[in-house]
Design a protein around this ligand. Structure first.
Ligand SMILES: [Zn+2]
Length: 254
C-alpha cells in the first residue's frame, strides 16, 4: 500500500566539483545506512526492529491465506467463499474495525479462522514513540479479545512498516510478527492479475497477503480481493495445496 521512506532516505552527494570524492564517500555511507534502515523497517525477512516471519515450513504442500484491514462489511461474503472451498485463513484485524463490526469479528473466529492483530487504527508506526506503538497494539488486542473471544498471538504491522519500540510491544503482548511471502496488490491491480500473481507465488509454506478491508474505512470496496480469491482457491486446490492458518504453517509439526 503506501510507502514510508521519508526520513530514511539519505541525500545524494553532488558528483561534480572539487570536493566530489569526499562527498561521494559520505554519500555512499549515508545511502548504505539508509539501505539498512529501509530493510529494517520494511524488509519482509528483517527481524532487526521486531521478530517476524514471512513464510512457513516447507515440508507440507500448504499455503496460508491472510487477509488484512478487516473486518469489513464484505467479510461475510469472503467467509462464504472460504467455506465453499473448506479453506482456513488468517485475518489480521484492526481494533477500530472490530469495534465497528464486532459481530463480524465473532463470525470470523467461530468459522475456525485465526485472528491476528493489525494495530488499532492502521497508522504508519515509523517515527512514532514506543508508547504510541504499544497503545496501538494493546487497544486492538483488547477489542479483538472482547468481540471475537480470542486474544491474537500474531501481529502484522500496518503497511509492513516496523519501528523502534515494536519489539518490546510485541514481547509484552505475546505477539509474533508476520509479514508475507507474496502480496496480492489487490488494492491496485485487476483481480485476474492479482490471482495470477498469487498462484505464481504459491509454494510450500507461502504466506499470501490480501485485504478484506481498506485501513479503517467503513464499507470499503474489496471486490477485487473477493474475485481473486474465488479464482485462486480452485487453482491452488488443483495444484494440491492445503490451506493452513499462520500459526499452523509456521509450526514444523502439526
Ligand atoms: Zn493493512
Amino acid at each position: 500500500m503506501g510507502r514510508c521512506n521519508s526520513g530514511v532516505e539519505a541525500g545524494r552527494a553532488d558528483s561534480s566539483g572539487p570536493l566530489s570524492r569526499a562527498w561521494s564517500l559520505l554519500g555512499a555511507a549515508a545511502v548504505a545506512g539508509a539501505g539498512v534502515m529501509a530493510y529494517a523497517v520494511r524488509g519482509r525477512s528483517s527481524s532487526l526492529l521486531a521478530p517476524s516471519v514471512y513464510k512457513g515450513v516447507t515440508g507440507r504442500r500448504s499455503v496460508a491465506l491472510t487477509f488484512d484491514d478487516g473486518p469489513s462489511e464484505s467479510t461475510p461474503e469472503l467467509l462464504e467463499i472460504l467455506d465453499r472451498h473448506r479453506a482456513a485463513a488468517t485475518f489480521f484485524q484492526c481494533g477500530a474495525n472490530v469495534r465497528r463490526l464486532p459481530q463480524v469479528a465473532r463470525e470470523v473466529a467461530s468459522a475456525g479462522h485465526e485472528i491476528g492483530n493489525h494495530s488499532d487504527t492502521h497508522p504508519y508506526l515509523c517515527f512514532k514513540p514506543a508508547g504510541f506503538i504499544l497503545d496501538q497494539l494493546a487497544r486492538a488486542q483488547e477489542s479483538i479479545a472482547e468481540s471475537a473471544g480470542v486474544a491474537p498471538e500474531l501481529f502484522r504491522a500496518p503497511y509492513g512498516v516496523r519501528w523502534f519500540g515494536l519489539r518490546e510491544a510485541q514481547r509484552r503482548l505475546g505477539l509474533r510478527g508476520v509479514m508475507w511471502t507474496t502480496i496480492g496488490v489487490d488494492w491496485k491491480w485487476p483481480s485476474d492479475r492479482v490471482a495470477a500473481n498469487l498462484v505464481r507465488g504459491a509454494r510450500n509454506g507461502a504466506i499470501l497477503c490480501l485485504h478484506d478491508g481498506r485501513t479503517i474505512q467503513p464499507r470499503p470496496d474489496v471486490r477485487i480481493a473477493l474475485r481473486a480469491v474465488e479464482r485462486v482457491l480452485p487453482m491452488l486446490i488443483d495444484r494440491g495445496y492445503h490451506f493452513e492458518r499462520v500459526s499452523e504453517i509456521i509450526c514444523p509439526t502439526i
